[in-house]
Ligand binder design. Structure first.
Ligand code: ADP
Ligand code: 5GP
Length: 217
């Protein structure tokens, strides 16, 4: 008999690289993959719904669940707001045999390495070039170009080294703020270059199917 061992897939990469678009498309085409919703203490933005975009908790509720050991990972307390992955949420998907996926920064990935090592599958998504990243970011957030390019420059910080597997990313999305260590290709199971969206999604779907088959043995 096949053993079911659902995966927790993390998708990491610089802002604007296409993580959200790739996750949405994969979830739509693979019924065995669910995007898991994380929890936060920040105020919902217009249009954001509880249980859809985040589980919005008060500080008190978050700290109570933290004290009870209710999270697989959470961001360090020095941030104004907490963010974290509730065990109850992920475990409910696992109980249904679902693989789960979300956009998680390198700090979150490192926490999952400790709490869910046997479930974890780490995906890095990079843009094909610096120019294309800037194009996507400004298309999504036109206001970025208006601030003297400062926020754009931050997002671009690593992109001279895109194709060097040993380069340690300095970008905050991929550089651990907790210990100052960055990440490089070796920190991930898979590295994808998101050039044509449909091709990236098709490639990831094949990789996920292969990994699932490998784990089912
Ligand atoms: P992230 O989640 O990594 O910050 P998004 O998924 O929001 O990035 O993508 C940033 C922008 O680029 C969005 O407008 C998205 O539709 C677009 N995009 C994503 N992937 C591609 C692609 N392969 N080609 C062109 N545009 C893309
Ligand atoms: P925002 O407030 O803009 O939705 O998200 C701010 C940051 O929090 C993003 O970098 C996002 O990836 C991160 N984040 C969202 N959920 C979690 C989580 O569960 N754990 C951790 N460590 N970070 C999260």
């Amino acid at each position: 008999m096949k053993k079911i061992c659902p995966m927790l897939m993390t998708v990491t990469g610089p802002s604007g690289t296409g993580k959200d678009a790739v996750i949405n498309a994969l979830v739509e085409q693979d019924p065995q993959v669910t995007r898991f919703v994380t929890a936060t203490t920040r105020t919902p933005r217009p249009g954001e719904m509880d249980g859809v975009h985040y589980y919005f908790l008060t500080h008190k509720e978050f700290e109570k669940r933290l004290a009870e050991g209710g999270f697989y990972e959470h961001n360090p307390g020095y941030h104004t707001n907490y963010y974290g992955t509730l065990k109850s949420v992920v475990d409910a998907h696992f109980a249904e045999g679902q693989d789960v996926i979300s956009d998680i920064n390198i700090d979150g990935v490192r926490a999952f390495e400790k709490t869910l090592p046997e479930r974890l599958f780490k995906i890095l998504i990079l843009p094909p070039s610096r120019e294309r990243l800037v194009q996507r970011l400004t298309q999504r957030n036109p206001e970025l170009a208006e601030e003297g390019g400062k926020r754009l420059a931050a997002a671009e910080a690593d992109l001279d080294h895109l194709h060097d597997p040993n380069w340690v990313f300095q970008n905050p999305d991929m550089c651990s703020s907790a210990d100052g260590r960055g990440s490089s290709y070796k920190d991930y199971d898979v590295v994808l270059i998101n050039d044509v969206l449909d091709h990236t999604v098709a490639e990831l779907a094949r990789i996920v199917a292969a990994e699932r088959a490998r784990r089912e043995g």
